[in-house]
Design a protein around this ligand. Structure first.
Ligand SMILES: CC(C)(COP(=O)(O)OP(=O)(O)OC[C@H]1O[C@@H](n2cnc3c(N)ncnc32)[C@H](O)[C@@H]1OP(=O)(O)O)[C@@H](O)C(=O)NCCC(=O)NCCS
Length: 181
């Protein structure tokens, strides 16, 4: 059975290790091969507030557990987004935890939690266009792929952050944009 919980700051290094490990197992699908994601970059992207209870309205990292075993994590980020909007991310800790539908179940749990507890109404997720498994999983969780990426990003992101985050992690052309409303 899938359970989700907020991560503590003491779990940050473990979560970084999961990230770099799953990326190493999927490199060509997620990043350009050979691109390294450093601890410093991770710390810049996942500042301590993502692990603090007092900042859960801005965003948070969540641990996914299956039958008591930690299997991966998710993040929701409201910080750069308009009211009632959030952007999600998810990574399992290794390939053994993938391909079993667990990521989809975890996303559904997170979406229900954010709707009921945090007043979120609109969800954005932006994988690489090469990440076919992630796109399939997100569609199974209820997301739909948008055709007008620019218009969608403008509807979700606060204007001051459009330049920095508008293109997505993989560049505008190589980033797929999916929403759930
Ligand atoms: C993306 C991720 C969270 C999805 O969770 P998951 O539990 O593995 O998802 P599922 O098991 O439901 O698989 C999704 C679908 O993709 C399909 N799939 C799996 N591998 C595939 C592949 N190589 N090509 C095409 N489809 C594939 C599965 O068959 C499944 O579809 P189905 O239910 O119709 O059979 C998880 O795979 C993961 O953490 N991947 C590595 C990190 C990552 O890519 N994160 C996303 C960054 S945006």
């Amino acid at each position: 059975m899938i359970k989700i919980r907020h991560a503590a700051v003491s779990e940050k290094k473990k979560i970084f290790d999961w990230y770099t490990f799953i990326i190493s197992q999927n490199e060509s699908k997620i990043w350009s091969v050979g691109q390294e994601y450093t601890w410093d970059e991770f710390n810049a992207d996942f500042q301590d507030f993502y692990f603090e209870k007092s900042a859960q309205h801005k965003g948070s990292v969540m641990i996914i557990e299956n039958g008591g075993e930690e299997i991966g994590c998710m993040c929701y980020d409201n910080n750069f987004l308009k009211p009632h909007c959030t952007e999600l991310d998810i990574w399992m800790k290794n390939e053994e935890c993938c391909g079993k539908g667990l990521g989809v179940s975890a996303l559904k749990e997170l979406i229900t939690y954010l709707k009921t507890e945090k007043g979120i109404k609109k969800f954005l997720i932006r994988p690489s266009i090469k990440n076919i498994r992630a796109i399939k999983a997100y569609k199974k969780a209820g997301f739909t792929m948008v055709s007008d990426k620019k218009k969608t990003i403008e509807a979700y992101l606060k204007r001051p952050y459009l330049d920095k985050y508008g293109d997505g992690d993989y560049g505008f052309d190589d980033t797929a944009v999916l929403i759930l409303e």
